[in-house]
Design a protein around this ligand. Sequence first.
Ligand code: FE2
Length: 346
Amino acid sequence: MKHRLISLGSLVPFLAAATLVSGVCAVQRDRSVLPTVEGTFSSTVAYDNYQLVEGLGTGWGYACVIATPDKKILFDTGADSPTLISNMEGLDIEPDSMEIVVLSHAHLDHVGGLDGFLQRKGHVTVYIPSSFPNSVRDVITARGEEYEDVTDATEISAGFHTTGEMGGAIIEQSVVLDTPVGSVVITGCAHPGIVSIVARAKEMLPGKEVHFVMGGFHLLSASDSQLTSIIGAFRDLGVQKVAPSHCSGDRCQQLFKEEYGIHYIESGVGHTTIYSRTRPTLTRVGSTLSLSWEPFDTGAYAVQFRDDLLSGKWRNAPGTWPITDTIWTEPDISQVDKRYYRIVSR
Ligand SMILES: [Fe+2]
């Protein structure tokens, strides 16, 4: 992530992750195992009409920063570059660190920030659907950058795939991450149909579970029966977690939430997910400090803390009990470097 998701260095010098014993993850202080996002996959929503982190800008559109062990990628650019770049900086993501840009489709709410971003950041390759209008290619070449036309499903870099062009009236590509916890599907607007995109992702990575589907699902005007059918198809495809945002629609979010429960993840600008089986990870997004972890069963979780590692009573951390998400946020950031944390499964 980081994009610096975390160098909490000065902020939390010793917090780190730890051991998984009988369903308990203890978070201990040991600089040698300071959690890092190096070598892992992550995604951070940098532009959305939904806001998850206070202080970040919103606008109708979508952009997501993806980190793989090898590359840092900007997927879509939102509707305007000032909001995009301001959000990236607010999330401690250096725009200059991006190496690849992938554009889902040619609508302004996804390509509107491209020119301003390229003006700020040079030396990237922009992957566009082959059917894109030349006006977009002109924007890229006018800034001295290169583009690659995409037609078929392709692995752009290790573990980072595009679905290739999909759809009819509106051609779109989505991206698929091949992570240690399964496939992660990220969509811009899902004009070709969110179910078709997830099915394509399953074909591309046979034998991989679909761990997470996030982004715009394009279901703003879908009826309840259509939404119910789509949610059923998600279950049939084995989708484990969902985070619909952007053009998904409030009703879509509500019905997915009812079906997926703790595996429904609230998303919006500032939402970060780390895809790793390694231990709880401490992350900072803006001024918010979070512990995130992969569930080790299907139950709910709680975060507990105590002020001394070897003595003292574990107390439930502030927040909802039980924790019904796989990300917990410490409301009192001033206490973080004084406490020891653990995650317990109920
Ligand atoms: Fe869109």
